[in-house]
Design a protein around this ligand. Structure first.
Ligand code: NAD
Ligand code: UDX
Length: 461
């Protein structure tokens, strides 16, 4: 039986390996990371990431066939299959800064694999990487290989945070790309054998390496494009009196379009969409395809527009100034059921409000005060432990994450402790505007027909 080691104990490496260990009890799975704090977290009762269902999976196999360690070199050396699930953020400096993927961590992991390997290995790209990364990795390994043979596979992850365990248990598909040589195909078969323990065969797709690498970027670009499309329509709905939920429902009934991923919002966030589209844009530019690059860049353009449109709406509705006014922000994570704040729209919205001198008070059920302060670069904000405290004496409530609990808050209780006129700006369309209007609120909800008040105070985009 194969021995598996995964480099990178993050949002992808941790849950993916835990599920492989659960489904393959006879396979030893070791997750390694250079971060001692992360590994200590995985070995404790308080896992370093919040993900529904994950605690249970980890408890069932940790210490049995699932291990977390900082002894990176030892476990990489012993493994037959090495997954690389390190972070690949957007480059902030040098060539391609602001767009290209930073492969520093990937390259250093590859060099370390070459240094410590004494037996042949299958190296699996789990991180999202630019097309043709496998070729670069092959070169690094081949030039430092000392006779060890490597096969590189691309096996991108399609899990979404908040539903990672569910996605891993029943994936829409597992994608494995490999070289079209006998050795490459043999490696594909080994990895396929691992997934086939619980994933139906017809859901395991095998392709060439470049298709697999590009499919990951393309899938995220398509998903993000749907959100930008519906968000663009939401602006038109507000201008015309149409309701974006009704439009989304109507177009989603067309089986060619489908109903999912059509919720208008304050904007998409998360560690993947923006990073992967920028990466796609950069690759298109490198291959001399500026029109294609521009097409995808616009998906991010609309997302930025949507976030600033929201801030403008808040400020213009409140007599064009929020200076000195308390604004309660409900939700800071980039989506519900996660504590992750990477690229969350809440960062841009809070920065916009703070830029207009608002007094911002934030509540999120999973995001720590420390994290909020880090994300907002220590700017002066209050972080509360409940929604009502955030709303006390506030002029407005902004809902920025679609936490289920926010649907059932006692909005009358909130109204009673707020300044008047009291506003609700729903960036996730989770409250019933009519019910809130009955309480007395002035309500703005993305893409919904506007109150007379809001019509009288048009926002400048
Ligand atoms: P993450 O930042 O949560 O985790 C990466 C981990 O790798 C960190 O703990 C870091 O300490 C570790 N690391 C970096 N260099 C290392 C090295 N040389 N040796 C050992 N450990 C090292 O990142 P993530 O969210 O898990 O994402 C990982 C990759 O998967 C990225 O390429 C991302 O684009 C992709 N991805 C992420 C998601 C998601 O939902 N977060 C989904 C699909 C794909
Ligand atoms: C995404 C992809 O869905 C996943 O397949 C990939 O592996 C990683 O990137 P993730 O970023 O975890 O997953 O979450 P996702 O559910 O895709 O949401 C991304 C952002 O889009 C969130 O901010 C979410 O609130 C927003 N969103 C999603 C909308 O605004 N409207 C929608 O209809 C759906």
């Amino acid at each position: 039986m194969v021995k598996i080691c995964c480099i990178g104990a993050g949002y992808v490496g941790g849950p993916t390996m835990a599920v492989i260990a659960l489904k393959c009890p006879d396979v030893e799975v070791v997750v390694v990371d250079i971060s001692e704090a992360r590994i200590a977290g995985w070995n404790s009762d308080r896992l370093p990431i919040y993900e529904p269902g994950l605690d249970d999976v980890v408890k069932r196999c940790r210490g049995r066939n699932l291990f977390f360690s900082t002894d990176v070199e030892r476990y990489v050396g012993e493994a037959d299959v090495v997954f690389v699930s390190v972070n690949t953020p957007t480059k902030t400096r040098g060539l391609g800064a602001g767009k290209a993927a930073d492969l520093t961590y990937w390259e250093s992991a590859a060099r370390m694999i070459a240094d410590v390997s004494r037996s042949d290995k299958i190296v699996v790209e789990k991180s999202t990487v630019p097309v043709k990364t496998a070729e670069a990795i092959e070169k690094i390994l081949a030039h430092n290989g000392r006779g060890v043979r490597y096969q590189i596979l691309s096996n991108p992850k399609f899990l979404a945070e908040g539903t990672a365990v569910r996605d891993l248990f029943a994936p829409d598909r597992v994608l494995i790309g490999g070289r079209e040589t006998p050795e490459g195909q043999a490696a594909v078969k080994v990895l396929k054998g691992v997934y086939a323990r619980w994933v139906p065969e017809d859901r395991i797709i095998t392709t060439n390496l470049w298709s697999a690498e590009l499919s990951k970027l393309a899938a995220n670009a398509f998903l993000a494009q749907r959100i930008s499309s519906v968000n663009a329509i939401s602006a038109l709905c507000e201008a015309t009196g149409a309701d974006v939920a009704e439009v989304a429902c109507s177009i989603g009934k067309d089986s060619r379009i489908g109903p999912r991923f059509l919720s208008a919002s304050v904007g998409f966030g998360g560690s993947c969409f923006q990073k992967d589209i920028l990466n796609l844009v950069y690759i298109c530019e490198c291959y001399g395809l500026p029109e294609v690059a521009e097409y995808w860049r616009q998906v991010i353009g609309i997302n930025d527009y949507q976030k600033s449109r929201f801030v403008n709406r808040v400020v213009s509705s409140m007599f064009n100034t929020v200076a000195g006014k308390k604004v309660a922000v409900l939700g800071f994570a980039f989506k519900k059921d996660t504590g992750d704040t990477r690229e969350t729209p809440a960062i841009d919205v809070c920065r916009g409000l703070l830029g207009d001198k608002a007094v911002v008070s934030i509540y999120d059920p999973q995001v720590t005060e420390e994290q909020v302060r880090r994300d907002l670069a220590m700017r002066k904000v209050a972080v509360t432990t409940d929604a009502y405290e955030a709303a006390r004496d506030a002029h407005a409530v902004c809902i920025l994450t679609e936490w289920e609990d926010f649907r059932s808050l006692d909005y009358r209780r909130m109204y009673d402790v707020m300044q008047k006129p009291a506003f609700v700006f729903d960036g996730r369309n989770i409250v019933d505007p009519e019910k809130l209007r009955d309480i007395g609120f002035i309500v703005y909800a993305i893409g919904k027909p506007l109150d007379q008040w809001l019509k009288d105070m048009p926002a400048v985009a």
